[in-house]
Design a protein around this ligand. Structure first.
Ligand SMILES: [Zn+2]
Length: 235
């Protein structure tokens, strides 16, 4: 069995050498300089620009659940749209470069905006170490890295941690999910985030329960302000 797996791994690596990279959205062959998706698909991304809009839909979704300053979502995540295949490839097909690209693009929009000006540091929503090990990376961290590159804000990746490993949430109801995520995040050294305005970063926001659970853990740091940024909004 081991030999078979090695064979197929080698074969796939060899094929990659000869087959051109294609856009994960439209499957057109990528041109030099294009990464993950072609420029034509990236141009069609349904940007919300909601970082300019107070009381946007994400802010209404999270109102009263955790104290926050602002929330920005880069694009609408609609089925059949441009964003779902990008996020899917980032999460399940090791296409880290897509996360970095989306983060950089979002960061370029946010740079010098009133949204980003008061922010001191960027904190990605953490994965449990077991999940991070099996995936090889944390997709929220890759996106955060891209935002950090475009905004020159420092990144803090090891102070907010996920302490409970729980199964996939996709088939649970909103109430069940909340019960499922409560108390699963912790801040290691609260002093690091005291008096700071942090930008919490995730790939997508759906019910907001993961963001809420992170916010609950972060609130234990005194005088901390939270803003939130995600690549997709699913509502
Ligand atoms: Zn394309």
């Amino acid at each position: 069995m081991k030999i078979e797996r090695n064979k197929s791994g080698l074969l796939s690596k060899l094929l990659h050498l000869f087959l051109p990279d294609v856009c994960v959205v439209c499957e057109r062959e990528l041109l030099e300089g294009e990464v993950g998706a072609c420029l034509s698909c990236l141009y069609k991304l349904p940007k919300t620009n909601n970082y300019k809009e107070k009381d946007n839909r994400a802010e209404i979704l999270m109102a009263g659940r955790i104290p926050f300053e602002r929330i920005a979502c880069y694009c609408a995540y609609s089925s059949g749209g441009i964003l779902p295949p990008l996020i899917h490839n980032l999460k399940y097909y090791h296409k880290k470069e897509i996360g970095l690209l989306l983060g950089r693009m979002f960061g370029e929009d946010l740079a010098d905006s009133d949204f980003i000006k008061p922010v001191d540091m960027i904190v990605p929503v953490p994965l449990h170490p077991k999940k991070k090990k099996s995936r090889g990376y944390n997709q929220a961290e890759i996106i955060a890295q891209g935002i950090s590159e475009s905004t020159s804000l420092p990144l803090s990746t090891d102070n907010l941690v996920r302490v409970v490993h729980n199964p996939t949430q996709t088939k649970r109801t909103k109430t069940e999910r909340w019960g499922n995520v409560k108390g699963i995040f912790e801040v290691v050294d609260k002093q690091i985030y005291e008096q700071k305005h942090i930008l919490l970063v995730d790939d997508v926001i759906t019910t907001g329960s993961t963001i809420e659970a992170c916010g609950t853990a972060l609130q234990k740091c005194s005088n901390l302000k939270i803003s939130i940024a995600t690549i997709g909004e699913v509502f």
